[in-house]
Design a protein around this ligand. Structure first.
Ligand code: ADP
Ligand code: MG
Length: 257
C-alpha cells in the first residue's frame, strides 16, 4: 500500500477536499483507497457521508488504545473508498501521544498491519504537531495543497522544514511528491501570480491539473458526498477526476522507486 500524507498547516487550503475527492475519483477508476482522517474535526469522515455519532471506534483508538487498525476501517457508500475515521476525541491524542512509547510512529505501525488497499491518503490537521508528524512518519510522500490566494506561501518554509526534520530523523524515504494548486480563480491576476510563484518554487512537483474555485466543491460535503457523485458534470468534479489520473500515474502505475 502506498501511503501519501496530504499536509499543510494552514487551514482551509483544500486538504480535506482533495483527500475526499482524489479518493473518490480513484475508487471510481477501480482502485481501493483508504482515507485516514487525522484531523480531530473529522471533516473527511463526515464529507464521505459517515455519521460520526454512530461509529464504534476511530483512529483515536488505534493511536492511543492499540486497537487493531482493521477494526477501525469502515466502508463508505462510494466505490473503492474506505475510511479510518476521526472524531473530536482525536484532539486529545495530540497531548496523550506525548507520554506514549514511539509516539511519532504509531500511525506508521498501525498502517503497516493493513493490506488490501492500493493507496492510503492521510488527511492532516492544520498544525505541525504530533498528529501531522505521525502522518509524515507513516508516508512515503507528501502532497501539499496550496490555495491560490494572499499569503498562500506563508508558512510553507516551516512545513518544508518539518518534512526535512522527519526525513532526517524518523523516515528517510519521505519526500514532497506533489503540490496541488487549489481554489484557482482564472479571472484574477492574484491566482495567476501565486500559481507562477509556486511553480517556480516547486518545479516538477506541481500537478498540471489546477483545481478551480467551484461552489459545487464547497456544497458537496454538507451532503456527505464526493463531488463526482454530487455533480459529476461540474468543473470541480472534472478537475478532481483529472488530478486523480495524475496521482495514479505518479504513484500507482509504476513500481516503487
Ligand atoms: P482544509 O482541509 O485544508 O482545512 P478544506 O478542504 O476543508 O481545507 O477546504 C476549506 C473550505 O473551502 C471548505 O469549506 C471547502 O468546502 C472549501 N473548498 C475547498 N476547495 C474548494 C474549491 N476548489 N472551490 C471552492 N471551495 C472549496
Ligand atoms: Mg481539513
Amino acid at each position: 500500500m502506498r501511503i501519501i500524507a496530504v499536509a499543510n498547516q494552514k487551514g482551509g487550503v483544500g486538504k480535506t477536499t482533495s483527500c475526499v475527492n482524489i479518493a473518490a475519483a480513484l475508487g471510481y477508476r477501480g482502485r481501493q483507497v483508504l482515507i485516514v482522517d487525522m484531523d480531530p474535526q473529522g471533516h473527511s469522515t463526515s464529507g464521505l457521508g459517515i455519521d460520526k455519532g454512530t461509529l464504534s471506534c476511530s483512529v483515536y483508538d488505534v493511536l492511543i488504545n492499540d486497537l487493531s487498525p482493521e477494526r477501525a476501517v469502515f466502508p463508505t457508500q462510494w466505490k473503492g473508498v474506505f475510511v479510518l475515521p476521526a472524531r473530536l476525541e482525536l484532539a486529545g491524542a495530540e497531548v496523550e501521544l506525548v507520554g506514549l512509547l514511539s509516539r511519532e510512529s504509531r500511525l506508521a505501525k498501525a498502517l503497516s498491519k493493513i493490506d488490501g488497499f492500493d493507496l492510503a491518503l492521510v488527511d492532516c490537521p492544520p498544525s505541525l504537531g504530533l498528529l501531522t508528524v505521525n502522518a509524515l512518519v507513516a508516508a512515503e510522500s507528501v502532497i501539499v495543497p496550496i490555495q491560490c490566494e494572499y499569503y498562500a506561501l506563508e508558512g510553507l518554509s516551516q512545513l518544508v522544514g518539518t518534512i526535512e526534520l522527519v526525513k532526517r530523523h524518523l523516515n528517510e524515504k519521505l519526500r514532497i511528491g506533489g503540490v496541488i494548486l487549489t481554489m484557482y480563480d482564472g479571472r484574477t491576476n492574484l491566482s495567476k501570480e501565486v500559481a507562477d510563484e509556486v511553480r517556480r518554487q516547486f518545479p516538477d512537483l506541481v500537478f498540471s491539473t489546477v483545481i478551480p474555485r467551484n461552489v459545487r466543491l464547497s456544497e458537496a460535503p454538507s451532503f456527505g458526498q464526493p463531488v463526482i457523485y454530487y455533480d459529476p458534470q461540474c468543473i470541480g468534479a472534472m478537475a478532481y477526476m483529472s488530478l486523480a489520473e495524475e496521482v495514479e500515474e505518479r504513484w500507482l502505475n509504476k513500481k516503487r522507486p
